[in-house]
Ligand binder design. Sequence first.
Ligand SMILES: N[C@@H](CCC(=O)N[C@@H](CS)C(=O)NCC(=O)O)C(=O)O
Length: 238
Amino acid sequence: MLTLISFSHYEGMMRWDLGSIYAKSPLIFITIVYHPASDRYGLDYEYKPINLLKNEQSDPEYLKINPMGYVPALVDGDMVLADSFAIILYLEEKYPKHPLLPSDLAKKAINFQAANIVSSSIQPLLRLPVMHYIGVNVGEDAKIQWVHKHAAKGFAALEILLKDHAGKYATGDEIFLADVFLAPQIIGFPERFNFDMSDYPLLSRLGEAYKQVPAIQNALPENQPDFPSSRYHLIVST
Ligand SMILES: N[C@@H](CCC(=O)N[C@@H](CS)C(=O)NCC(=O)O)C(=O)O
């Protein structure tokens, strides 16, 4: 049995409801790929939420799993692995039945590049500690400007990169690695951050296509076991 350790949706969504800026977790990268309800990528796993707002990622027990103190992490028997990219590539080789990387070398390279734009050049800049630092040292208003600036830069690069490769999805008519990283970055982002997507027609179209994919629907925060049943209760309880 695989154990996936990732952030608690309960706390993550609580912050969104309260209007704070919160970047969507790489957790969703993994759940999209390996959600048990997904026909294509289904793998059974146990899910252990980590409460980031209670700083559980810095708990000494968790630091034994990932000394970086980030989620997600994966435990597979004796194998302990952290970082979405490493986890996905590990599972890709261990369970090659439904590959997320195309065999065509050029297409594979585009997938790596697009996934890396999200995981290295967008997501880390929108992380909770970065937002916290900006809020404290620059000002609350600067957070949204920061998010817009760095999302716009990454989104513009993705539009150019994918324009000659996209089909129904980022690099053709099948879901590949690039889509697994793009979906969580695009879905919900414009609403959450009041971000105008009109300069990014390709990404907008991909976002709509992703929302129709059952595995992606299953991976949305509201479909996770720790998502609160009542947002009202959630807000009051804070
Ligand atoms: N490169 C890592 C980044 C992981 C990451 O940024 N995780 C965030 C959640 S979105 C986290 O654990 N934040 C806790 C913290 O910053 O203290 C990956 O892709 O897995």
